[in-house]
Write a protein that binds this ligand. Structure first.
Ligand code: FES
Length: 108
């Protein structure tokens, strides 16, 4: 992994069911707390690149829905669950260190 980690926020600032967005360079990263586990996805729908963060996060189903055309994605692995999106959203690494959440765009 060549990228540097980006600090998202304190772990205590992202409660279960909450989301936030950080940037790693030009990459928007959607960070979610699903039932105490933190996940990071590119904040860009795989259908037409709309911001996923504009849509609702279903913290029971672990899905986020793109508001543009209604595709849902599993926040744990980014896979598309229904049309019109078929390809997964890019998933990024997450770590919790020093009481804070970190992520990065690890594509070189
Ligand atoms: S842009 Fe997200 S479903 Fe079309």
């Amino acid at each position: 992994m060549s990228a540097d980690w980006v600090r998202v926020c304190a772990l205590s600032e992202l409660l279960p069911g909450e989301t936030t967005v950080v940037w790693d360079g030009d990459t928007p990263i959607l960070v979610l707390n699903y039932d105490g586990d933190i996940y990071a996805l590119e904040d860009r729908c795989s259908h037409e690149e709309f911001e996923l963060s504009a849509g609702p996060f279903d913290a029971e189903e672990a899905t986020i829905e793109c508001v543009l055309h209604g595709s849902k994605f599993d926040v744990r692995d980014g896979r598309a669950l229904n049309a019109p999106a078929y390809t997964p959203v890019v998933k990024f690494p997450v770590k919790v260190e020093d009481g804070a959440i970190w992520t990065c765009d690890d594509r070189s």
